[in-house]
Design a protein around this ligand. Structure first.
Ligand code: FES
Ligand code: FES
Length: 186
């Protein structure tokens, strides 16, 4: 309508650390963390399945605690450390002789998912892996009931969950919950 001015969306500058790398950007104040990660940083391993806090596909660690990144504004993550699925493999690069193995070394939870064939389309998998890491940080030796309860906020449309539960238990049996990187990293 002539004479009516629509105010520009308010923008905020955001500084945060993602997978150990500092980032700064100016984004609309309403930008969700998941969209900041995917659209601004091109870290597309964190998925969007619902945008309404139900599916868990967007799960990341915020200061080491698993959160659904569609429920967090990018601005709220300012000054904090975010770990995404892209950042977890590198946490386990140290070999017995202290050297760095080849890039792409899997996190123990990722390896357990692979070994148990705990994915089909893979859409839910990054969020599931991040949720299992949180579970093992809280309960290094979980029961099956604890695994199912911990993953109740993550939806998988393909697997029927059985192999995902098996992967979580395999990771726990391998000591993933007591190793480095699974837990409340800063
Ligand atoms: Fe965040 Fe579904 S996209 S819970
Ligand atoms: Fe397809 Fe979980 S593997 S949604």
């Amino acid at each position: 309508m002539e004479g009516v001015r629509v105010p520009a969306a308010r923008e905020l500058s955001v500084q945060l650390t993602v997978n150990g790398v500092p980032h700064a950007a100016t984004v609309p104040a309403r930008t969700l963390l998941v969209h900041f990660l995917r659209d601004h940083l091109r870290l597309t391993g964190t998925h969007v399945g619902c945008d309404t806090t139900q599916c868990g596909a967007c799960t990341v660690a915020l200061d080491g605690v698993a959160v659904k990144s569609c429920t967090v504004l990018a601005a709220q993550a300012g000054g904090h450390a975010v770990t995404t699925i892209e950042g977890i493999a590198s946490e386990h690069r140290t070999t017995p002789d202290g050297s760095d193995p080849a890039d792409g070394a899997l996190d123990p939870v990722q390896r357990a998912f692979k070994d148990e064939h705990a994915l089909q389309c893979g859409y839910c998998t990054p969020g599931m892996v991040m949720a299992v890491r949180q579970l093992l940080a809280d309960h290094p030796d979980p029961t099956e009931d604890q695994v199912r309860h911990a993953l109740s906020g993550n939806i998988c449309r393909c697997t029927g969950y059985q192999n995902i539960v098996a992967a979580a238990l395999r990771a726990a049996a391998g000591g993933a919950g007591t190793g480095t990187g699974t837990g409340r990293e800063g």
